[in-house]
Ligand binder design. Structure first.
Ligand code: BYC
Length: 474
């Protein structure tokens, strides 16, 4: 039962009528201690006893679902929320488009749906693990609070997916939910499922690039899943998207504030040497963009994918804003794609359904290009001659048709030797990480910001920058 009313007093806050489903309630309450154990081991290191100015979901109404208060992270109310819908849900795409959506899992789609949900679910705890040490080198209390907000909401997103696994996939679903707490980001023996979620994110430049580029993949994947013919998945992901917007804001503005500060430091130093002034030089920022943007491109899967074609044909996963398309079957149409043949790039037409990963990647890249234009405006306004750019979608890929070839950031095919000789100037290096860690010292005084980042334009929920977003002295 989905309603706009949230049972906030329940052990697991929800609007899915959990108290009426005793079996499910018990299963989730059994999972809860394991989750808390995982949070204690792998969530933000330390700061568990410090009150953080967090927003908590208290309803699913579009106006006013969030409540802000100082809360200790372990007391955060992780809950299960589904967006209610006024109209009857339909299958939005594929061969069955227009028919009533499924409220239970159709037997023939069970494996595919479980795989989609597990893959999505796995990213949520992974990102928390990747970011667990960042509180110790936070550039301000404002940023520290944003980090912890992102972390608790990723934890809630895991809950959202685990609810689906427990409710709709029986024993298999419960096993999958347990395994989600056993895999670990970067662990060679039991890694997280998708590549980007096993890369280290141990300083704030990577954190902002991750929330800018990798969380943005999350936005597009969730948007595609919110078009699913499996109604509980569609509604769950729709509500997750409302929380996701803040994560993207943190990433996009975080990068912008670093770029702004670097431009200021460039002017302050007599030789324009940003590093000598303790800041982050633009080449290093560009290498970081190249690194996280390309790992995030991989998250869309292969350019030519029979999985993607099946997901679309069966109505399990739509396109970004499927409702805005006039036609929902995508049959008899093709997508033009440069492929490597005989050592050259040649355009080939592939059936549109097989190119659905690429269609979604196009939407994502357009959005990233918009952010780059914004950052370049910041540079222009600061009087800096530098301009930043996105590398080609073919560069530094580990998935799909370009993964077995080498490309330069402009997308030209190059031989392996040339790629290897240049990769240190194209991608984040261990020396870059050492430098970044050397300048990232914690700044815990309210209203103060590290030298390498500009303050934000405004605070959170109308509070000033000097507000004590995390009460470290309590
Ligand atoms: N790394 O047909 P293919 C988020 C595998 S992020 C490793 O080309 P498909 C978030 C693939 O599993 C959003 N392996 O791709 C962000 C398959 O393996 P099997 C997460 C990869 O299936 C920040 C094989 O390669 N959302 O929410 O069409 C913080 C060939 O697959 C990768 C979802 O994942 C990779 N990058 O598309 C917190 C949505 N890419 O089966 C959260 C659900 C592919 O041959 N998932 N492979 O062993 C999906 O829709 C699809 O599974 C994918 C892949 C888009 C991920």
């Amino acid at each position: 039962m989905v309603s706009t009313n949230v049972d906030l007093n329940a052990k697991i806050p929800n609007n899915v009528g959990l108290s009426d489903d005793v079996k499910l309630q018990r299963a989730l309450e059994t999972w809860l201690p394991s989750y808390l154990e995982w949070w204690n081991d792998m969530g933000p290191s330390d700061f568990a006893d410090k009150p953080v100015f967090l927003r908590t979901a208290v309803s699913v109404d579009s106006d006013g679902w969030a409540h802000y208060d100082h809360v200790k992270m372990p007391d955060y109310r992780w809950g299960i929320f589904l967006n209610p819908r006024a109209e009857e849900s339909i299958i939005r795409c594929g061969d069955e488009a227009g028919k009533a959506a499924w409220t239970e899992v159709p037997g023939e789609h069970r494996n595919a749906l479980r795989r989609i949900i597990v893959t999505q679910a796995d990213t949520e705890p992974a990102s928390v693990e990747q970011q667990r040490l960042l509180g110790h080198i936070a550039p301000s209390l404002y940023d520290m609070r944003n980090l912890f907000q992102v972390n608790v909401e990723e934890g809630r997103h895991l809950w959202a997916m685990v609810y689906l696994l427990h409710k709709y996939f029986g024993r298999d679903g419960r096993d999958e939910a347990d395994e989600l707490l056993q895999r670990r980001s970067g662990d060679p023996d039991k890694p997280r499922i998708l590549g980007a979620f096993n890369q280290p994110c141990d300083h704030w430049l990577s954190f902002f690039a991750f929330t800018m580029f990798t969380d943005r993949d999350g936005k597009y994947q969730l948007a595609a899943l919110s078009q699913s013919g499996f109604d509980p998945l569609a509604r769950t992901t729709e509500f997750m998207l409302t929380e996701e917007a803040h994560h993207l804001f943190v990433g996009e503005t975080g990068m912008d504030r670093i770029i702004k500060r670097s431009a200021e430091l460039e002017k302050l130093d007599p030789d324009g040497d940003i590093r000598r002034a303790g800041g982050i030089d633009f080449d290093l920022i560009q290498r970081t963009i190249n690194y996280w943007f390309t790992y995030s491109l991989d998250l869309f899967g292969g350019e030519i994918s029979s999985n993607a074609a099946d997901f679309f044909a069966t109505g399990l996963k739509g396109r970004y804003r499927e409702d805005r398309y006039e036609e929902h079957k995508a049959m008899g149409v093709t997508y033009r794609l440069p492929v490597v043949e005989d050592g050259r790039l040649i355009d080939r037409d592939v059936p549109m359904r097989n190119a659905m990963n690429e269609v979604l990647r196009d939407n994502y890249i357009t959005d990233c290009e918009r952010a780059l234009r914004k950052w370049n405006r910041t540079l222009e306004e600061s009087g800096s001659p530098t301009r930043l750019s996105l590398p080609s979608r073919r560069f530094h890929r580990h998935q799909g048709i370009y993964a077995d070839h080498s490309f330069d950031p402009q997308g030209n095919l190059v031989d392996r030797a040339r790629y290897e000789a240049n990769k240190r100037s194209w991608l984040l290096t261990p020396a870059d990480n050492d430098y970044l860690l050397s300048i990232m010292k914690p700044v815990y005084e309210p209203g103060k910001f590290a030298n390498w980042i500009a303050p934000p334009n405004k605070g959170i929920e109308g509070r000033p920058a000097e507000f004590e977003y995390v009460r470290l002295n309590d």
